[in-house]
Design a protein around this ligand. Structure first.
Ligand SMILES: *Cc1c(COP(=O)(O)O)cnc(C)c1O
Length: 359
């Protein structure tokens, strides 16, 4: 069964807005979109004079090649945040359908569900074997009982740093086929030692994978992310999206970032972060007042403290801003610390040592 069957029934056949750029006509004088005939003085080359391609073809091809899928399987959006929102809006009927999440987890799934009027159902991760793990049977059972249309799996998970094994993704997707779309958010997969779930797509029609250039590719402000899924679902999502979601300068920058030299530099940096991760984890675990540092497959570490408030204050006093996780379920003593440069990591460690001296 195609993933298209999971679309809100009232959106079947919906064509969305027909923009001037969606026509495939050829011409020399373009007077069809009410654009200015002159460039802005601040943009003398006229790079921004015309509306951009809704799905920039060259970028789509480059991303598809990087992620090993077909261009038709990939929709570019304003970060994976937009993809999350589009999926919830296209699949969940307000007041009826549910979105399943596995807390503690990235907050945007719940935000999009709330905005859409979709119910939020939770299957908390369990602490086992030194990290957080998901119980696939619990996810399947709850999704079936609550009529969840989308199951969000975050792998590597923000903020826990844990992976969802491919066998679990596959078991969940198979059990929910025809009932729910399983969305694997791989914002940090470049830092992981498990390959992308994109490789599972040919076998699992109700699977979608989110990728982004915001983290390992260092382009957070360009807002380029994508959803990779069944081509029919991708076309339906496109119809729900804004007419021109990808600004021209951002598409050009993203394309340049996918050229071989830039990609090689990104891979080198990513490998450096991965190499620094375990030593930083060990060093943090040895700081006074640190209860536990979880193993991580991302570019961050989740740390429990005897007194997380004091640690946060000590870090702030040293000019270091980290993410306070104390509001998240089961993490009332935790901070999430992004791995930075060698000097930045040293500063974190020094600030936490100074904390003891002060105490
Ligand atoms: C950072 C992050 C995103 C957001 O990515 P954008 O592409 O910048 O919108 C998505 N998912 C998770 C889990 C993240 O941590």
């Amino acid at each position: 069964m195609s993933a298209l069957a999971l679309l809100r029934p009232e959106l079947r056949g919906f064509a969305g807005y027909r923009s001037a750029r969606s026509d495939t006509v050829r011409g020399e004088v373009w007077l069809n979109a009410n654009e200015s005939a002159w460039a802005n003085a601040a943009d003398p080359a006229g790079r921004c004079r015309r509306y951009p391609e809704p799905q920039p073809e060259a970028l789509r091809a480059a991303l598809a090649s990087l992620y090993r899928c077909a261009p038709e399987q990939l929709l570019i959006g304003r970060g994976s945040d937009e993809a999350i929102d589009l999926l919830v809006r296209a699949l969940c009927r307000p007041g009826q359908d549910a979105v399943l999440v596995t807390p503690p987890v990235f907050g945007m799934y719940a935000v999009s569900a709330r905005l859409q009027g979709a119910r939020l159902v939770e299957v908390p991760l369990e602490e086992a074997g030194g990290g957080f793990a998901l119980d696939p049977e619990a996810v399947i059972g709850k999704a079936l009982r609550t009529g969840a249309r989308i199951v969000f799996l975050c792998s590597p998970s923000n903020p826990t740093g844990g992976l969802v094994p491919h066998a679990d993704i596959e078991a969940i997707a198979r059990a929910l086929e025809g009932r729910a779309l399983v969305v694997v958010d791989e914002a940090y997969i470049e830092y992981a030692d498990q390959p992308s779930a994109v490789g599972l797509l040919p076998r699992l029609p109700n699977l979608a994978v989110l990728r982004t250039l915001s983290k390992a590719h260092a382009l957070a402000a360009a807002r380029i992310g994508c959803v990779i899924a069944d081509p029919a679902l991708v076309a339906a999502l496109r119809a729900c999206q804004a007419p021109y979601p990808v600004p021209g300068p951002c598409a050009a920058l993203a394309l340049a970032a996918l050229a071989p030299d830039a990609l090689a530099a990104t891979r080198k940096r990513t490998a450096e972060v991965v190499a620094a991760r375990e030593p930083m984890r060990t060093a943090l675990a040895a700081r006074p007042g640190v209860r536990r540092v979880y193993p991580s497959q991302g570019n961050f570490l989740l740390v429990r403290f005897e007194d997380a408030g004091a640690a946060l204050a000590a870090l702030l006093a040293a000019g270091v801003v980290v993410r306070d996780q104390r509001g998240a379920a089961g993490l009332d003593d935790a901070l999430r610390i992004t791995l930075g440069t060698e000097a930045e990591n040293a500063r974190v460690l020094a600030a936490l040592w100074a904390q003891e001296v002060a105490a």
